[in-house]
Design a protein around this ligand. Structure first.
Ligand code: WT7
Length: 661
């Protein structure tokens, strides 16, 4: 048993009970209540989800069938009609919430804007009408490549309002990466901004779009809608590019929400897989709306009253809207519930290292949801920064993106939460749409480092490659057993990839299909899940998912590179960092310049998140006789560990010795 496992098992003994004061007012108040819900859902999942769908969402037309499961393809609320944008906006306008703040936005330079539900609805309707004016119809795809400004959320809600499928591309991705995604999605319109504030500098986003579209590289794109954010001089292509503020001036604020089929696509979000090409994860309307709604409500114990004295929450999820976390827990989940969601453009930087805590203090944030990598960075910056601010408004903390080490958990609990805030460690993925393994904060006692138990309606297990459940505390593959409302429906235009990635690594067991998460995990004697990380060729850098093959194909697209193998190496702050082993083409020699050049090349091809921490030149890569790179060996080498385990399949043992030296 590895030392980390022993540490984790010891840690299990440390149970943190939900504080009574918290449970008293929580949506789910006790372990018994959680268990009752869980059992009820397990006994009759369709009834469980149908009842929630009826209670929690507005439907223009009720469904005929709750679930149609033709493995591995699921359809939820078949025949039902609804609209996510309507559920997030319109339905609140007939209640007291119409004048409640829907969105609070804080810009990096310290500017800020707020939108009540009425105001946000108006903006969304106007942008939806602008989309229509630009020829966007139901079913068309719209690319959104934006900074963290309100118009990013407005564009998403405007798309879902008219039934256009959005595909948000994280603003940190390069022009090249943007182009690939726009091509695959065949986007008709791209929404962007002139520039984005990033650590006291302006990133020219629109320039990246111009580069992605240069030479008519993405023929489907007819127009680019540009939001003025940074104000620098920006080239506008006549006929193709339009300023949002100009078109908005003539746009009507009346735009009825399109009744969508429950299974109509809501959005596509690209994520890294085990090949060189990212996959377009498709989420649909009804199931996604329901699952993000109910998880937001129960996991974050959201209070959506209009009155702060009754505990109206200010919910801050620090993710970027370019990731699923931003989709589900900045935009759709909180707004569907009628909550106040906070969006922040900035990040800790030399000129303002304590900005996160300034924002918590300024807006009396009550719920704060971030990633372990951020927590470790805050830890490193020291206690003085948070301690100099009043963080007493906080009542609940959350984490997502990677396993959290118990030390970071304790720091978060004590220094940020003042030992009064429960912590929800939520395990989920782009493909799952919403959180799957998680504490319910008023009910489930937590253990630092464990995402605890499955959400009601979710059946999770840890199995071996044949699908047999493994014993308590045995490592295995984390799988999900039954379809759930917000599950990935397919990989865009690639159902074969959907099937092979998620449903064929582990074959169906006695007719039971097992969704393969790609994560390793174990379950302890209390049934708590401990997720250990990816078991496939995917690495997790600062909570962001990257395919090793993606980075490898970026490297080999450089003329000097013959072959490349990329692995993750443990990193104190980022969790993992990228190490690339590279063999060079004839005529190229290793040099510090070339290292710099190759790192820069990867940034150009993918984006700064993929910049390798280290590049090692080698004469050959360790391969099996069938030509497969043995990444396991490279991982040990990168981490500076002894290479252990079987090396008998290695084609040339000499390679290993050379690599060591
Ligand atoms: C992968 C999914 C949707 C969350 C943002 C990342 C890892 C996520 C946890 C957690 C341990 C976690 C897994 C997962 N992960 N949350 N609480 N504990 N690991 O979404 O980019 O789709 O990545 O993030 O490895 O498979 P994503």
């Amino acid at each position: 048993m590895s030392p980390t496992t022993i540490e984790s098992i010891l840690q299990e003994e440390r149970l943190f009970q939900p504080p009574d004061t918290f449970s008293r007012t929580a949506h789910i108040k006790s372990m018994e209540e959680y268990q009752r819900l869980y059992n009820q859902a397990q006994a009759d999942p369709e009834q469980f989800w149908a009842q929630l769908a009826e209670q929690e969402l507005h439907w223009f037309q009720k469904w005929d069938k709750v679930l149609d499961w033709q493995p591995p393809f699921a359809q939820w609320f078949v025949g039902g009609k609804l609209n996510i944008s309507y559920n997030c906006l319109d339905r609140h306008l007939t209640t007291e919430r119409r004048d409640k703040l829907a969105l609070i936005w804080e810009g990096e330079p310290g500017d800020s804007r707020t939108f009540t539900y009425t105001q946000l609805h108006r903006e969304v309707c106007q942008m939806a009408n602008v989309f229509k004016h630009l020829g966007v119809h139901k079913g068309d795809r719209v690319g959104i490549y934006m900074p963290m400004i309100p118009e990013a959320a407005i564009a998403m809600l405007a798309c879902t309002r008219i039934g256009a499928t959005h595909t948000v591309v994280f603003g940190g991705f390069s022009a090249e990466a943007l182009k690939d995604r726009l091509l695959d999605a065949e986007a008709k319109v791209v929404v962007t901004a002139d520039g984005s504030w990033r650590k006291d500098a302006i990133v020219p986003l629109k320039e990246q779009v111009d580069q992605a579209l240069a030479g008519n590289a993405v023929p489907s794109v007819q127009s680019v809608l540009v939001v003025k954010r940074s104000g620098q001089l920006t080239h506008m292509d006549p006929g193709r590019d339009h300023w949002w503020h100009e078109l908005r001036a003539d746009a009507s604020a009346d735009c009825p929400a399109e009744p969508m089929d429950s299974e109509d696509p809501a959005f596509i979000l690209y994520t890294s897989g085990t090949t060189g090409k990212p996959k377009g994860v498709v989420h649909t309307t009804g199931g996604y709306n329901l699952y993000t709604h109910i998880t937001t409500k129960w996991i974050f114990d959201l209070k959506t009253d209009t009155d702060v004295f009754k505990g109206a929450d200010i919910f801050w999820c620090t993710a970027d809207v370019g990731w699923i976390t931003g989709h589900s827990y900045i935009v759709y989940g909180p707004l569907s519930n009628g909550a106040t969601t906070l969006m922040y453009e900035g990040a800790p930087r030399a000129s303002n290292p304590g900005c996160i805590w300034d924002v918590v203090e300024k807006y009396h944030v009550t719920i704060f949801y971030t990633a372990p990598t951020a927590i470790r960075m805050f830890m490193k910056m020291g206690e003085d920064l948070p301690k100099a601010r009043d963080l007493s408004s906080l009542r609940l903390l959350g984490t997502v993106g990677e396993p959290i080490n118990p030390a970071a958990w304790m720091w978060y609990y004590q220094v940020i939460g003042g030992e009064r805030c429960p912590i929800v460690d939520t395990w989920w993925q782009t493909e799952t749409g919403g959180a799957m393994l998680t504490p319910l904060p008023g009910a489930i006692p937590t253990k630092p480092g464990s995402a605890t138990l499955p959400f009601p309606g979710i059946v999770a297990d840890v199995v071996d490659l044949e699908g047999n459940p493994v014993g308590d505390n045995q490592g295995g593959y984390l799988v999900i057993k039954n379809p759930w409302p917000s599950m990935i429906r397919t990989v865009y235009r690639n159902p074969d990839r959907y099937r092979s990635t998620y449903w064929e690594h582990i074959p169906p067991k006695d007719g039971q299909y097992l969704y393969f998460t790609g994560d390793g995990a174990r379950r302890d004697r209390d049934g708590y899940f401990w997720v250990m990380g990816r078991v496939d060729d995917v690495i997790n850098v600062a909570g962001h998912r990257l395919g090793t093959m993606e980075v490898e194909s970026a490297l080999v697209s450089h003329q000097a590179v013959a072959e490349a193998a990329v692995v993750g190496k443990p990193s104190e702050i980022k969790g993992e960092e990228i190490v690339a082993f590279v063999t060079l083409e004839e005529g190229y020699l290793p040099s510090a310049e070339l290292v710099k050049e190759l790192k820069q090349h990867v940034v150009r091809e993918i984006g700064a998140i993929a910049r390798p921490g280290d590049i090692k030149f080698t004469e050959a890569l360790p391969k099996t006789r069938s030509g497969k790179i043995m990444r396991r060996l490279l991982r040990s080498l990168a981490a500076g560990e002894e290479v252990t385990g079987d090396t008998s399949t290695l084609e040339d043992r000499g390679v290993l010795d050379k690599l060591r030296s």
